[in-house]
Design a protein around this ligand. Structure first.
Ligand code: ATP
Length: 368
């Protein structure tokens, strides 16, 4: 069988600043891929999201979903607008539908700081963070997303959301986390997985913790420990450098990954991947940032780094070393742009926006 060297990516620019940060990201991918040579990456872009829903009554067109299912990977910028909602008040979030339909159970949220940025923690170790938060993305408390009901009436009326934690969901998630810790250990990281739960209060978390311990027994060369989510929030501020791979339930992960983005300097710095057995979506952690649309202030870094995660994932999936190299080039170019050019994005109080950050990253990529 000949080695696959042509890859097609589904592009979903989405809403708000998504349409501003997508074009430079595609140019960057193309430039990195051309630099390594011997591999081709093509793009097919689709309209979807809140604006598209407002215009057509559909949030994620079938054509886009079909293409996403057929293509090699999906790169999504951001979707949703607080002002555009479904009749029941929920925001338009086809990225959540994609997670469910493509069964993307592992939400990978790297917390890796860029050199030279003024970050919230004074301690020098807080300026060199490099750990991963993995968030279960198909069940947990968000499993109730479309099943919300109000029962009874009058003063007896109440609403319930149900948390779902399954054995299958836990086993595949924890195995993913331990495998990632193995991979990182071979690169010199600690080799530890920390399960974040609330097993002291909710039985479903106690159940999750027991499955974590069972899976940990199959990975004896990796350290395994637990922390309650409240203590995890404290530790993420006091000594986040102590973590290596953290793994947690869907909603806890949603909250803690924003904390992680804060440690990196802001939403515009935080990349992410949502990975399943077959498919994967890569997108910055941030939303559509309606408050800065059209001002040139959007930081494209999170999307650049998400694109690098995509190339790396594709490279590892298909044993294509060229793609792994292209991913590393993007990572290096972004890091060099921050350390040499001393970029300071708007969201960190500076005056570098989409254009300046893009230009600096491109110029570093050319000289690598
Ligand atoms: P969502 O709920 O869709 O995730 P959100 O309500 O968390 O969205 P964001 O859209 O992520 O909100 O924006 C939060 C804040 O961060 C806003 O002030 C926004 O301007 C800022 N922000 C988000 N992304 C970026 C970016 N790429 N560059 C600059 N600022 C950003």
């Amino acid at each position: 069988m000949s080695e696959k060297n042509t890859f097609e990516i589904t592009i979903l620019p989405g809403d708000g600043i998504g349409v501003e940060i997508t074009p430079p990201t595609l140019d960057l991918i193309t430039a990195a891929v051309q630099k390594v040579g011997g591999v081709e990456v093509t793009f097919k872009s689709f309209d979807a999201g809140a604006k598209y829903y407002q215009d057509t009554g559909i949030a994620l067109p079938e054509e886009a979903l079909n293409h996403a299912q057929e293509s090699d990977a999906i790169l999504l910028a951001c979707m949703g607008m607080p002002s555009i909602r479904y009749p029941d008040g929920r925001e338009i979030a086809p990225q959540l539908e994609l997670r469910e339909k493509l069964d993307l159970f592992a939400g990978v949220r790297p917390v890796k700081t860029m050199p030279g940025l003024p970050l919230p923690l004074e301690d020098p170790r807080g300026k060199a963070l490099d750990f991963i938060l993995i968030r279960e993305s198909t069940e947990g408390l968000f499993a109730s997303r479309e099943k919300f009901t109000i029962e009874s009436e009058g003063e007896n009326e109440f609403a319930t959301d149900t948390q779902v934690i399954s054995r299958r969901g836990c086993e595949r998630l924890f195995n993913f986390a331990f495998n990632m810790a193995h991979q990182r250990k071979s690169q010199g990281y600690k080799g530890r997985v920390t399960c974040v739960d609330k097993a002291n209060v909710l039985g479903s978390f106690y159940y999750m913790r027991q499955i974590f311990d069972q899976v940990a027994e199959e990975h004896t060369d990796i350290e395994a420990d637990h922390v309650y989510v409240d203590a995890a929030a404290l530790q993420l501020v006091r000594q986040p450098w102590a973590f290596d791979v953290m793994v947690t339930e869907n909603m806890f992960g949603d909250i803690l990954s924003d904390l992680g983005a804060g440690l990196m300097g802001g939403m515009g710095m935080a990349p992410s991947a949502d990975i399943g057995q077959k498919h994967a979506v890569f997108q910055p952690c941030h939303g559509s940032a309606p408050d800065i649309v059209g001002e040139g202030k959007a930081n494209p870094t999170a999307m650049f780094l998400s694109a690098a995660m995509m190339l790396n994932w594709l490279g590892l999936q298909h044993q294509n070393q060229k793609l792994v190299e292209a991913a590393a080039l993007i990572d290096k170019a972004v890091e060099a742009a921050y350390s040499d050019a001393q970029l300071l994005p708007f969201e960190l109080g500076g005056s570098d926006g989409t254009e300046e950050i893009t230009q600096q990253v491109f110029s570093r990529l050319q000289s690598l």
